[in-house]
Design a protein around this ligand. Structure first.
Ligand code: SF4
Length: 382
């Protein structure tokens, strides 16, 4: 049985069931020769099903918003240190954030821990065998739920990520836009008939791989494509029309001022509130520059607002540019000396005085990571 949400259905380009069968066959034969060995799929035969499923789950969450090559070393470290749902459910958040440090989208860590707690408490430590229950786990959207249901339980759900969306919109020659939720839903519905119900996980992985190796965003290698004779856009000669391009919005840029506040050889660090952007990570106190003030004035004001103390702002220690998904920043970090006041966590979760060498124990956002090793090595003294 194939499953898809209610909505308008489009016909698929294959004229008959036998064409659909040939399409699946061509794709899966190609995939067998072109698949990539991945640590959560290969060499895990000695693990129990529960342990293997845990690894698939971790990989899927890590690969949301992160490239495979970037995620691989994190995956290795994570699964060595936190090998099961039970271990994850109990692990301290600071340890998890440190393991995730540099991977971005830190809400994923909070969601992972909550999902593991739910899985241990309600599902006997296993990914539930039901799409709706998988979808209800924290941090799991439509794509991840479909991927997990098809990979782990071999259930016939089509997992449509950006690559698969591109491939299918060309095969169907449908002018859909990935950023539109309705278009993603329509495409999934339209393409559902193509999914191989006997091996949905392999089918999904094959489409993803085709998008990575052959059906590239620019200059797809159609002459090498195993499904070119089933591809409507290829047959029409208008591949470049699909999918519709993303609407480009210029992301805003912010000036941020922060202080390395020194007192008796120690530095003041602040932990961000648990929810929201970079939640739970540590940073040097600071914030957004306001019109009409200098960056040094912004630093002094932000430190006071965040921690309640007055500081004397000294020279600029570092200026760092960093891009997040929806905005970018220029972070100006000043050397500061504590003057007076009792530090309190006013705009943050916690504050601490730490020795420079201890800084590496705390998870910091990527923008701060250029400066932390310098301080820890004694190379940025006040
Ligand atoms: S024929 Fe070209 S456009 Fe069509 S699926 Fe293959 S690579 Fe993509």
């Amino acid at each position: 049985m194939l499953r898809f949400c209610a909505g308008r259905l489009y016909s698929v380009p294959m004229a008959s069931f036998s064409d659909t069968k040939k399409f699946r066959q061509a794709l899966l034969v190609w995939y067998k020769k072109n698949r990539r060995r991945l640590p959560w799929q290969d060499g895990v035969g000695h693990l129990s099903k529960k342990e293997r499923d845990y690894r698939v789950f971790i990989s899927e969450i890590m690969l949301q918003q992160t490239r495979l090559d970037q995620a691989l070393p994190y995956y290795e470290r994570w699964t060595r240190s936190v090998p099961s749902f039970e271990a994850l459910a109990k692990a301290p958040m600071q340890k998890l954030l440190k393991l995730w440090e540099g991977l971005g989208y830190y809400a994923r860590v909070r969601h992972l821990k909550k999902a593991a707690q739910l899985i241990v408490r309600k599902h006997r430590g296993e990914i539930p065998p039901d799409y709706a229950k998988i979808r209800a786990l924290p941090g799991v959207g439509n794509y991840t739920a479909a991927a997990l249901a098809s990979f782990i339980h071999r259930q016939p759900y089509l997992a449509v990520d950006g690559n698969v969306f591109r491939v299918l919109s060309r095969i169907l020659a449908r002018p859909f836009r990935f950023s539109r939720q309705l278009d993603r839903k329509r495409l999934s519905e339209a393409a559902s008939r193509l999914l191989d119900p006997s091996q949905p996980g392999e089918f999904n992985r094959a489409l993803m791989r085709l998008g990575v190796l052959v059906c590239l965003p620019k200059n797809p290698k159609c002459s090498l494509c195993p499904v070119r004779f089933f591809c409507r856009a290829y047959k029409r000669g208008d591949v470049s029309k699909y999918p519709l391009p993303r609407r480009k919005l210029r992301p805003p840029h912010f000036q941020i001022a922060a202080g390395i506040v020194w007192k008796e050889g120690k530095i003041l660090i602040a932990q961000r509130k648990p929810n929201g952007l970079l939640g739970g990570l540590w940073e040097f106190p600071g914030g957004k520059w306001k019109k009409g003030e200098t960056l040094a004035e912004a630093c002094r004001r932000e430190v006071k607002e965040e921690t309640g103390i007055r500081v004397k702002v000294g020279p600029l220690a570092q200026r760092i540019r960093h891009s997040y998904s929806h905005f970018s920043i220029t972070l100006s970090i000043f050397q500061c000396q504590y003057q007076n006041g009792t530090p309190r966590p006013l705009g943050c979760q916690k504050i601490k005085w730490v020795r420079p060498k201890e800084l590496v124990k705390y998870p910091f956002p990527r923008a701060n990571q250029k400066i932390v090793p310098l301080l820890a090595a004694g190379k940025l003294l006040p």
